[in-house]
Design a protein around this ligand. Structure first.
Ligand SMILES: CC/C=C\C/C=C\C/C=C\CCCC(=O)SCCNC(=O)CCNC(=O)[C@H](O)C(C)(C)COP(=O)(O)OP(=O)(O)OC[C@H]1O[C@@H](n2cnc3c(N)ncnc32)[C@H](O)[C@@H]1OP(=O)(O)O
Ligand SMILES: Cc1cc2nc3c(=O)[nH]c(=O)nc-3n(C[C@H](O)[C@H](O)[C@H](O)COP(=O)(O)OP(=O)(O)OC[C@H]3O[C@@H](n4cnc5c(N)ncnc54)[C@H](O)[C@@H]3O)c2cc1C
Length: 661
């Protein structure tokens, strides 16, 4: 699509684009993280879009379960080959975001890239990396991360798969003792992988040392047949991601060499002596790494959905605002703006907090290299909280975008259903959100109770700021609104801590008191993480060196985000005195003004996300807005339309219709 050729474009979209009052390319650079990154992303995307190998012969929705897998594996393999091509010079691990949309519904090699290779990098010592890293980077071996079992996903300490050390032959014996110990879910495990990292309970010298990572060959490297002592398969259709082969795995006293235990952090010596790690949760490092990546991935899903919903809302006309007048664009309805525009604001909130989290992760990783684990709890808390809020915000945001597109949003060809199923899974995987938020709450209560002790953890330093509990600001600057979020979080933590303490004082064990307060604790964790996101949003926009137009747009979006979230949880702000009922009413009014201010820029802002039509894959969201023809053309691809009268008519309907004669 030639974006300069207005003749091919829907007239409403032409008019919307003419209203743009900021530099779109500049905003695109901010979304990408700089000009160079924009150029690189575009280059990769061009490389993919222009390659006919990535086209599907028929839409995936009409393929069988087997064909979907096979077709996606074909494209995934081609993608890996293409990006490994020395001439292109692209490092897939750096540019994973640029690939969004090229593979449609669960890439069978995704966990190889996002967890198996990172597990080797983060958990294997240098000799082990020498042995497996190069081979996995060159895709000579394909792996997954097999942790979850039928009986346990959340409670990692409850895993049942055993790795028992036998010092006589220097081997571990891997065994699945019960049906509930069967590994269940790992992406690519069913049919694709020939290796995996298995999390199993380590037994040596008669003692269990808890879950540890082991690298295990699953299939013969020549024949791809599963090895003796190993049972493998695929777990069947899911809500989404159905071109992946999520799998199951059982071990029958399967032996692996001692050196297959990933030994960067803890070791088992030849005689079976266990050497413990610097911090006993270092073996959970792969999960933490992926949680950080999920925040960015969620922002990309939301960019897709909101691009579709915004462009469609500009093209779609329905009903009337002024009786008797032509039907308006649905984007002119305030209720429609309230659906779509806060989701645009949310994209930037997620982008900026993902960047801030990545920076913290890099500095914690650097410290870990020097043996310093002090900031690991802070990173665990932040990555858990942001993974949870980004996945739930993005899932809800995508669903709102689908609803905003009415009936057509329910069609597969809108690409909203698949965007939704591909996003909501992140609420569950890599740590179910409620569980992760309770980890954040645990950290908050602990930090609150250790006020006065220097921990170096900056995200919770505000908990010591008791004076702010009393101060209610009457100012409405963005900074003042962020302060209100802080007050609300602090007050919830103080309330939860007091409630916990009261129950304990009444004689309850701490863990029962914890469970009894957990709805409130969840709110604390959400409020704390929301405060973090709001603070990063405000600081990033405030310090941004940008043209006036771009800065204005981002300031309005930031303000909308702050007010939107205050109105969603206004009870918490009222309860702690951070805002009065009158303040809330004023802010609600201002939110509507902001929707009106941002409305004329909405199409241009989503244009700045710069998602090529070929990757957006949506009849409703294309650049040119030619929605109705595309919907019609896609419908014609239905196999039912190959004949006027389907066979099923003769088999079932005709006998029914004639049976009463
Ligand atoms: C680039 C990638 C981009 C996108 C990715 C896209 C696609 C990827 C596709 C699919 C991926 C899906 C893969 C998976 O789902 S893999 C399986 C993931 N499973 C989980 O996440 C399980 C969740 N459960 C846990 O993590 C843990 O069980 C737990 C809930 C954290 C509890 O652990 P437990 O050992 O029982 O600990 P506690 O007793 O609760 O706490 C003790 C103590 O330890 C602290 N802690 C816990 N975890 C960590 C950690 N990781 N780091 C540092 N500290 C940790 C905890 O806070 C507590 O501290 P105290 O000081 O309070 O004692
Ligand atoms: C698409 C997809 C891909 C996946 N890929 C992989 C993979 O590659 N590798 C892998 O190992 N796993 C994978 N998983 C598994 C995933 O990590 C687990 O499903 C996830 O960790 C949740 O665990 P669970 O299924 O046991 O849920 P459960 O823990 O049984 O959760 C069920 C309910 O119990 C609640 N609950 C559980 N514990 C607590 C608690 N302590 N406090 C309060 N409430 C609690 C939860 O909040 C939830 O409401 C994948 C899952 C999905 C959906």
């Amino acid at each position: 699509m030639d974006k300069n050729n207005e003749r091919e474009c829907n007239e409403d979209l032409i008019r919307e684009r003419r209203k743009c009052n900021f530099n779109i390319e500049e905003l695109t650079n901010i979304v990408d993280g700089g000009k160079a990154r924009t150029a690189r992303r575009r280059e990769i995307q061009r490389l993919l879009i222009n390659d006919p190998e990535f086209l599907d012969e028929i839409p995936q929705d009409y393929m069988s379960h087997e064909d979907r897998y096979s077709n996606e594996l074909r494209k995934s393999a081609h993608l890996m080959q293409k990006l490994a091509d020395q001439e292109s010079g692209h490092d897939i691990h750096q540019d994973i975001g640029a690939l969004t949309g090229i593979l449609k519904d669960g890439n069978p090699l995704m966990v190889h890239l996002s967890m198996f290779i990172p597990a080797i990098l983060g958990q294997a010592n240098s000799e082990q990396q020498e042995k497996w890293l190069g081979r996995s980077l060159r895709n000579e071996i394909i792996g997954t991360y097999a942790q979850t079992e039928l009986g346990h996903g959340t409670f990692v300490r409850g895993l049942e798969t055993r790795a028992t050390y036998d010092p006589t032959v220097e081997e571990f014996v891997l065994h699945t003792p019960t049906i509930t110990a069967t590994k269940w879910w790992p992406g690519g495990l069913g049919k694709t992988c020939n290796y995996c990292v298995v999390m199993a309970q380590l037994y040596t010298q008669g003692r269990c040392y808890g879950p540890h990572p082991f690298i295990v060959q699953l299939r013969d490297e020549e024949t791809h047949r599963s090895l003796p002592g190993i049972t493998l398969g695929e777990i069947g259709p899911r809500l989404g991601l159905n071109s992946n082969d999520n799998g199951f795995l059982k071990f029958e006293n399967h032996r692996i060499p001692r050196t297959n235990m990933l030994m960067k952090h803890s070791q088992v010596l030849k005689d079976g002596t266990y050497v413990k790690p610097l911090h006993n949760k270092l073996s959970y490092g792969t999960m933490m790494l992926v949680r950080v990546g999920i925040v960015g991935a969620c922002s990309r899903s939301l960019q897709y959905a909101v691009t579709i919903a915004t462009r469609y809302s500009a093209v779609r006309h329905q009903s009337e605002i002024v009786p008797g007048q032509p039907e308006p664009q649905i984007l002119d309805y305030q209720t429609q703006q309230y659906k779509v525009i806060p989701q645009i604001a949310s994209v930037f909130a997620l982008i900026f907090s993902a960047r801030s989290l990545s920076k913290i992760q890099s500095s914690v990783t650097a410290k870990l290299k020097d043996g310093n684990t002090d900031l690991l709890p802070e990173l665990h808390s932040l990555s858990s909280g942001l993974k949870a809020l980004s996945s739930s915000d993005a899932s809800w945001g995508v669903e709102v975008c689908r609803l905003a597109c009415g009936g057509h949003g329910y069609l597969a060809s809108s690409n909203l259903p698949r965007t939704y199923t591909g996003t909501t899974c992140a609420i569950t995987y890599e740590g179910e959100n409620t569980v992760l938020l309770l980890q954040v709450a645990r950290y908050l209560i602990k930090s609150y109770r250790s006020i006065g002790k220097e921990t170096g953890a900056s995200s919770v330093s505000y908990l010591a700021d008791q004076t702010s509990l009393a101060s209610s600001s009457s100012s409405f600057s963005n900074k003042a609104l962020v302060q209100a979020f802080k007050l609300s979080a602090l007050s919830l933590v103080a309330e939860a801590e007091a409630r916990l303490q009261k129950l304990c004082d009444m004689g309850q064990e701490f863990y029962h008191a914890w469970n009894y307060c957990s709805v409130l604790l969840l709110k604390c964790a959400e409020a704390h993480t929301r405060y973090y996101i709001c603070e990063k949003y405000e600081q990033t926009v405030d310090s941004l060196k940008a043209s006036e137009g771009v800065k204005n747009v981002l300031q309005s979006l930031c303000r909308l985000y702050l007010i939107y979230h205050i109105t969603l949880t206004h009870g918490d702000f009222l309860k702690c005195g951070a805002l009065t009922p009158r303040n809330i009413a004023v802010l609600e009014g201002e939110m509507c003004d902001l929707l009106a201010v941002l409305r004329p820029q909405a199409v241009s802002i989503v244009d700045a996300f710069d998602i090529p039509d070929e990757l957006l894959g949506s009849t409703l969201g294309c650049w040119d807005g030619n929605v109705y023809q595309r919907l019609y053309d896609e419908a014609l691809k239905s196999p039912l339309n190959k004949t006027d009268v389907p066979d099923a008519y003769y088999k079932y309907l005709l006998p029914l219709m004639k049976s009463s004669l």
